[in-house]
Design a protein around this ligand. Structure first.
Ligand SMILES: O=C(CO)[C@H](O)[C@H](O)COP(=O)(O)O
Length: 215
């Protein structure tokens, strides 16, 4: 399965987004965190900014919705041209219907789990999604320390996915010190915010992270 390094724009400079998007042109996609001051205690960007980013780049757009009502808002991000839209399983009221709707519009459907959420309760709906996102920090902020307690869940999720072509993404505290452990546990899509955008050379950091996974 392909390896993807997707820098999180949460750690970019929002006043210089085009510059920072261009700075990671060698990445495999851009991870965009949408937060609503309700599902998480932070507020970021919404649909208008995502629509502008869509016009500004051909990069694969990976939207991570940390919002209370994804059933209502997620389809608009797919309609805006995002290639992947991920909702939190703790927030979705009808996750199967929502995943099918995202796919119908033409986006990949992703399902995210907070650190305290067990994957086994959702094993029966894994076939409805294209990606599972395992949060490796409590969602809401960049720059937090990677939670090692999430590693067994990454391993378990890969076990449940078996040989199905479903991506396994990790997000939170992912950097040169932690990415290898995530890859060994079975992740193949890696979100890195502060590690990339706090680096002197963000593009070189993307290459370094990719090299760490390749071993
Ligand atoms: O979803 C997120 C926070 O909720 C971010 O994508 C994540 O925190 C990335 O930041 P960092 O790599 O600095 O931990």
């Amino acid at each position: 399965m392909e390896t993807m390094i997707t820098p999180s724009l949460l750690s970019a400079d929002f006043a210089n987004l085009q510059r920072d998007i261009d700075a990671v042109a060698n990445a495999d996609g851009l991870h965009i965190d949408v937060m609503d001051y309700d599902f998480v205690p932070n507020l970021t960007v919404g649909l208008p900014v995502v629509e502008s980013i869509r016009k500004a780049t051909d990069q694969f757009l990976d939207i991570h919705l940390m919002i209370t009502d994804p059933d209502r808002w997620a389809p608009s991000y797919a309609e805006a041209g995002a290639e992947s839209v991920t909702f939190h399983i703790e927030a979705a009221k009808a996750p199967i219907r929502l995943a099918r709707e995202l796919r119908r519009i033409g986006a990949r459907a992703g399902m995210a789990l907070n650190p305290a959420t067990d994957i086994d309760g959702y094993r029966d709906i894994l076939g409805e999604v294209d990606m599972v996102l395992i949060m490796t920090v409590e969602p809401g902020f960049g720059g937090q320390k990677f939670l090692d307690l999430c590693l067994p869940k990454i391993t378990r999720t890969r076990e449940l996915l078996g040989d199905r072509d479903i991506w396994l993404q990790v997000d939170g505290g992912v950097g040169p010190e932690t990415i290898e452990r995530c890859a060994e546990a079975g992740a193949n899509v890696f979100v890195a915010g502060s590690a990339v955008f706090n680096a002197d050379d963000p593009a070189a950091m993307v290459d370094l992270l990719r090299a760490e996974v390749a071993g």
